[in-house]
Every structure is written in C-alpha cells, then in structure tokens.
Design a protein around this ligand. Structure first.
Ligand SMILES: [Zn+2]
Ligand SMILES: [Zn+2]
Length: 370
C-alpha cells in the first residue's frame, strides 16, 4: 500500500523544507522511545515518522517520491536507515549533513572521519533547577565500542590486511581534466588496512548500539536553549575511532512564581492594603531563599522593588542578576461584620475620593507609570 509521507508528518504537499523539518522535530520528540518506555505503538510511530522524514527531508528523494510515490524506495538498495540515526542527524544540527554521514561520504573529512558523532539530548528542567544547577541522570541510546573486538571490528584472533582499493596508502587520486584530486579511500576510510574477518558481535563496525544511563552536571544559570557540552559522551567512532561529544540542550518549564529575562528574575506579591498604609517589612521568595523588602508608609500598589544580586547566578560565574518584585494590594474578601463596619467608617472619613481629583485623566495615567 502506498504511504502518504506528507500525511504522516502532518504537513501539506507544498510544505517548505523548514516546515517539514519542524514537523518532524516536534513529532520525533513526542514519540521517541526514550520518552515512551515499553510503548510499542510509540516506537512504531517513531519509525514511521523518521522514515517519512528521511524521504521528505531530502530534496532529491522528495522529488522522486512526488513523481513516483513510495514505490521508488521499496526497491532501493538497503531500504530505510535506522530511525535513531535520522533522529540524531536532525537533532545534531551543525554537526555535518545527516545523509552524507549515512551514505559513507563522511570519509572525505580525512583522518578524523572515524570519530563518532556528537549527540544532542533535550533535557526538560524545572525553573529553580535550571537557576540553581542540578545533577541529573539521563538515558541515551548511542553507539559504544564493541566489547568483543575492543572496537577494532576484526574478529578476535584475526588481523588486518592491506586495503585492496588504495594499496595501503589510505587515499585515492582521481584525475579529471586539469585536476588531480586526492580523496580518502572509502573502503578503508583512510587507514590503509581492511579487516580480514569481521567481528560477529558488531558486524565489523567496532561498535554496538546500547542504551546507557549517564549522570550529567547542569551548572546554575542555564536557560531554554543553553547547550551544555559533555565531552566524550557522544557516539563511539567506527573501528575504534574517537568518541563524539554529548550536548545537553536545556528546555525550562514555566514556574508559577518566577519568570526570568537573562539572569534577572521577576515575581509578584500581594500584601494587605494596610501594609501599604502603615509601611513595614514583607518577606518575599527569591531564587536562593527569602529576602526582606521594606515598604515605606504610603507606598502605592504596583511599586517594583529591585533586589540587587538576588537573581540567577551567571553561567560565566561573574556574579548574579537582580530580582524585581512587584508589590500589589491584596483586596480583602469575606470580611466579617465588624471589619466591614470599620472599613465603612474609614471610607466615610475619606469622603468620596476620586471625584475630588483635580488632575485630568492624562496626568493620572502618566503618574501610574512613573
Ligand atoms: Zn566487534
Ligand atoms: Zn583503502
């Protein structure tokens, strides 16, 4: 049966490349097996959307699909790629072209080409956790060195022979017209050697996919979009190549008491109106505990106080931001009859209030923003 890849990603047939990528990112995060442990239907969905993205995310394949439908891909060599590879490729934006990597063209990069890829992990944190820093355990699925062959890819007890393609030099000279171009040998990936017999545990790649729990230290001050680099915790390289890095991308949940702008924190507190009238200390919550704010007698509702250095610690550890707290009047409800009487008397003694104002409306509004 023909598959509707556009429908699977929930985009229209004329969606832009950016829209397709965005749709995939959103769905992939929702259905990723790490987020839905043991849920088979989510895993199937994850595979399905990854395959749809593999086709629609590549302009050439998309054009083929538009013209011939998915029949063009079922007969193709090797079928689809590992959905986790597709996911990683999309979420490690900036670390090389996903398709180039998967088709083995990555060898062009030269000696470093066996290095494992960098991984990206989106970590959700609570507001205070992000502000104060935290240790978190996360589960990542990645390639790790194969234990059976110690990462070499060669069957234990067997060795290597000279690469038949490049004669052991690791590179191939191509000449065309005036140009002579030296390319890294694709067969041995520049090493000049090939495996005599592949390790059966890893099919000769030197690495195996595994799900691993690792502990990461998130520094105080991170915010949505911050990337925390964890060196050497990315993918194992091919044939024992160097490990890539892991990047933790932070996503901070909203908090009901605090918001932030950079390292400055904002909050709102309501206190009884008598406190505005008579003045006094009020205790407010800040990132690292509590702080006192002193209201002068006659303070107006809506006044903003700045508490220097009580905001969030800066990531570069050069001090902290400030805390801005807006203090508003809490209008009392459910008064008992004696309280009501007191306030009625109070109201009467003030007279009718607002009608006595001499200032016009414009002046009043200006005052409100001073
Ligand atoms: Zn192996
Ligand atoms: Zn070679």
């Amino acid at each position: 049966m023909a598959k509707d890849y556009y429908g699977i990603l929930g985009v229209s047939g004329d969606a832009s490349d950016g829209e397709i990528k965005k749709a995939y990112r959103k769905l992939a995060v929702r259905y990723h097996p790490d987020k839905n442990p043991g849920d088979k239907s989510a895993e199937e969905k994850f595979k399905e959307i990854s395959h749809a993205y593999e086709i629609l995310g590549d302009p050439q394949k998309r054009a083929q699909y538009d013209q011939f439908g998915d029949a063009a891909f079922q007969a193709g060599a090797g079928g689809f790629h590992d959905p986790f590879d597709i996911f990683r490729g999309v979420f490690s934006g900036g670390f090389g072209d996903i398709f180039g990597q998967m088709f083995g063209f990555g060898g062009e990069a030269g000696a470093g080409s066996n290095r494992g890829r960098d991984l990206e992990y989106v970590l959700q944190m609570d507001f205070l956790e992000a502000a104060k820093g935290a240790e978190r355990k996360i589960r990542v699925r990645r390639y790790e060195p194969c234990a059976a062959c110690a990462g070499s890819g060669a069957k234990p007890g067997t060795g290597f022979s000279t690469c038949p393609q490049c004669g052991g030099s690791g590179s191939i000279i191509q000449s065309g017209g005036f140009f002579r171009v030296s390319r890294t040998c694709a067969l041995c990936r520049g090493s000049g050697k090939v495996i005599k017999e592949p390790c059966s545990a890893c099919n000769g790649t030197g690495r195996k996919e595994a799900s691993r729990e690792i502990e990461v230290n998130i520094p105080a001050g991170v915010d949505t979009g911050t990337r925390v680099r964890v060196s050497g915790e990315g993918e194992a390289g091919l044939y024992g190549g160097a490990k890539g890095d892991l990047y933790i991308v932070i996503s901070v949940r909203e908090d009901e008491n605090f918001t932030r702008k950079g390292y400055d924190v904002y909050s709102l507190v309501r206190v009884p109106f008598t406190r505005f009238v008579f003045g006094g200390e009020i205790e407010i919550a800040v990132i690292n505990g509590n702080a006192d704010v002193s209201l002068a007698a006659g303070t107006q509702s809506g006044r903003v106080f700045r508490l220097r250095g009580q905001g969030i610690n800066r990531l570069d550890s050069r001090g902290a931001g400030d805390h801005f707290v807006k203090v508003e009047v809490e209008v009392p409800r459910n008064l008992n009859s004696s309280q009501k009487k007191l306030l009625r008397d109070c109201e009467a003694s003030f007279g009718t209030g607002t009608s006595k104002k001499k200032k016009g409306l414009i002046d009043t509004v200006k005052d409100a923003f001073q």
